[in-house]
Design a protein around this ligand. Structure first.
Ligand code: AMP
Length: 229
């Protein structure tokens, strides 16, 4: 497995692989990898000749008072996990390597006021920007995203709208035994918050069961809200 930190050396490797006719899969991550990321990397391994994992805590998707500095990092553990699954390359650039000052943004206005955009106004803009840059650097045939994050829908929209010739593959959410979605940020939770967070997966399950009884959307929403409250 190779590790690159610069855009140029990454492009060189990709150029060589493409010349040899290899298909390329990309798994964009912010590192501190867990079984959720591993499932994406595994699927990417099964479907492509070359597996590229990006490991980059992207500053442009964090708001001014968010957890950019505190975001958990452990590159040594990440690289061991990637190696175990059989990734070919980890691309882990610095912020300075990825962004000039000033730099361009890619944004999809439609989503700036819905989903996470409602409470994190610049989040999706930062996500679209970094993923576009990764798409241009790695030029993958396929890119893998978890269903855990709204960015899956965003990326489908983005490749369509900006004519990226890349297949977006959505992967199921990997959960802890009690239902909590695995997440790098779960390390922030104390015991009480950890148990409160379960209301989300419980609400989703409740919604799933109620939909099957044929109730309408309003009734499903009301039942899910009741679980969360
Ligand atoms: P992150 O490192 O949190 O930015 O996530 C990188 C990718 O891994 C995104 O496409 C996430 O949706 C995906 N991912 C993170 N956690 C999970 C999980 N528990 N199950 C499936 N995919 C996940």
């Amino acid at each position: 497995m190779q590790i690159t930190t610069t855009i140029n050396e990454t492009k060189e490797l990709i150029k060589k692989w493409k010349k040899d006719g290899k298909s390329i899969g990309l798994v964009p991550t912010m590192g501190f990898l867990h079984e959720g990321h591993a499932s994406l990397i595994q699927k990417c391994r099964e479907e492509n000749d070359i597996v590229v994992v990006s490991d980059f805590v992207n500053p442009t998707q964090f708001g001014p008072n968010e957890d950019l500095e505190a975001y958990p990092r452990d590159f040594e553990r990440d690289s061991q996990l990637c190696e175990r699954i059989g990734a070919d390359l980890i691309f882990c650039p610095s912020s300075e390597e990825m962004y000039h000052d000033p730099h361009a943004f890619v944004s999809i206005d439609l989503l700036s006021e819905t989903l996470c955009g409602k409470t994190r106004p610049i989040h999706f803009k930062g996500v679209c920007t970094v993923v576009s840059k990764l798409f241009n650097i790695v030029t993958p045939n396929r890119a893998y995203f978890g269903q855990k994050d709204a960015q899956l829908a965003l990326q489908r929209l983005m490749v369509l709208d900006l004519n990226f010739d890349i297949e977006i593959i959505g992967c199921p959410i990997i959960r802890e035994e009690d239902g909590l979605a695995k997440s790098s940020r779960n390390t922030y939770l104390n015991t009480q918050e950890r148990s409160a967070a379960l209301c989300l997966s419980r609400a989703v399950r409740t919604g799933q069961q109620i939909i099957q009884t044929g109730m309408d959307a309003e009734q499903v929403l009301a039942a899910m809200r009741a679980v969360i409250e």
